[in-house]
Design a protein around this ligand. Sequence first.
Ligand SMILES: NC(=O)C1=CN([C@@H]2O[C@H](COP(=O)(O)OP(=O)(O)OC[C@H]3O[C@@H](n4cnc5c(N)ncnc54)[C@H](O)[C@@H]3O)[C@@H](O)[C@H]2O)[C@@H](O)CC1
Ligand SMILES: [K+]
Length: 505
Amino acid sequence: MKIFTAEQIRSWDQFTISHEPISSIQLMERASTVVANWISEHCKVHRKAVLFCGNGNNGGDGLAVARMLYLKGFDVDVFVNDPKGKFSEDASVNLERLREISEISVRKFDEVEHYPLDDNTIIIDALFGTGLSRPLADGYKELVDWINRKDTIKISIDVPSGLSTDAFFDRDSVVLKANYTLSFQCWKRSFLHPETGRYTGKVIILNIGLSEEYHENTETDYWVTDDSFAVSLFNPRNEFAHKGNYGKAIIIGGSYGKMGAAVLATKSVLKTGAGLTFALAPQCGYEVLQTSCPEAMFIEGGQQFISDFNIDKENTIGIGPGLGNHKDTQTGLLKFLKDYQSPLVLDADALNIISEDQKNHQLIPEKSIITPHPKEFERLFGKTENSFKRLELARVKAKELGIYIVLKDHHTQIITPVGDVYYNLTGNAGLAKGGSGDILTGILTSLLAQGYSEKNTCIFGVWLHGKAADFAAEKHSKESMLPTDVIDELGNVFTELNNKVERSL
Ligand SMILES: NC(=O)C1=CN([C@@H]2O[C@H](COP(=O)(O)OP(=O)(O)OC[C@H]3O[C@@H](n4cnc5c(N)ncnc54)[C@H](O)[C@@H]3O)[C@@H](O)[C@H]2O)[C@@H](O)CC1
Ligand SMILES: [K+]
């Protein structure tokens, strides 16, 4: 699914208005109906709503939703800055309609201090949406501060008020902290970054029927990987296949004390479906690898750490889990990269070794996939002020080096060599544990070996990893789930994928 900027969303609204055609006020009515229906369906206990409405079209939505909830039997109160103030054209119409059909008193923001909120009330935030152009100030800042202090459930319409759609203002700006954000038609970039995403609560994307033609034809650099997109990338197994059809994958990793990382990565290669799997590890890991992954073949690369990277070039390679940074491992890896030109997966200690010297960046073969977490990214390419700037730097580096960067985060970002960005939607805080990254390396190496393109390997692999983690969290909780539980759930994700692509009668 494409992500559009606030400006593109405005044009999307306009395009829909002129091409459907539909009037602006009717479009607002349609959007508000979807919001009111969602609230009515989901709020079974909370049947009282207090709405805070701004003077623009987001406020217009709020005023329409107030009317609709009233008609659905909710108790409704509405606050605006000044009922006699200047509203956008559509908001004025909705203020008028609200007055005509209901007994609702429209109060002023400055009356809020004495307003009683009980446990059955929800707050609906319709102060600002995609039109917000600067941080909240004046009365709005104090109002949102007041709302944030309340324990009441808060639902934001389209965007939490105070949050920019596409950017990050600064750490001190005040933003409404919602429990739910009911957003129109597409994800917004600010929902997907840690500094700004923490305000949205659960995000629900509501379809308000904006033009599909506009969505199809409008270019963007930013995307989200939702489930249907991931399913479209999945290649089901061919019944007539043999092991030679699914590639040879090899994990290069492990060192004394870090053999578990190589085991996790190797197991993940196997469970993602590679035809033949190898582990190149030091001799001290022989028994643990052969015992824990009997399906994989062992290649000895040293005694306590890997120094010899000599392998069959036909393999698809993933290097890094538990590799360590012994001097001989460093020399061996850099020498190996000098002679190796095919795309490979680089993670963890492999990235740390490369980050010792900027000149090493040139050794990464084109179209390779690197999977840094924020600290590894910083060691490689330098410090940035926030995650938006980090992503911009990643785009520059991905283009410069012609590589894929998988920037691990709550919503992991995949950056392609042309600078396109894909935000992932699966995964959870249960993945914030040592070993999770090793699994991702295994999954990516396996998919690459099976013939997925580098781009689809990244997008589908990151989604798969997160989906397996979501299944694991459901069973074991985010706290207790282990990386091995994530590996165990890969099978259930593939079962679900196969069920989805199977053509049922
Ligand atoms: N245009 C359309 O057809 C539709 C618009 N919709 C709604 O319209 C919203 C966008 O409406 P608007 O463009 O009117 O903008 P908003 O309602 O988000 O903001 C209103 C105005 O406030 C001003 N403003 C910006 N930052 C401010 C600040 N910090 N303090 C004080 N004033 C500030 C700007 O002049 C802005 O236009 C969407 O988020 C959505 O909720 C929906 O009804 C769907 C259809
Ligand atoms: K809002």
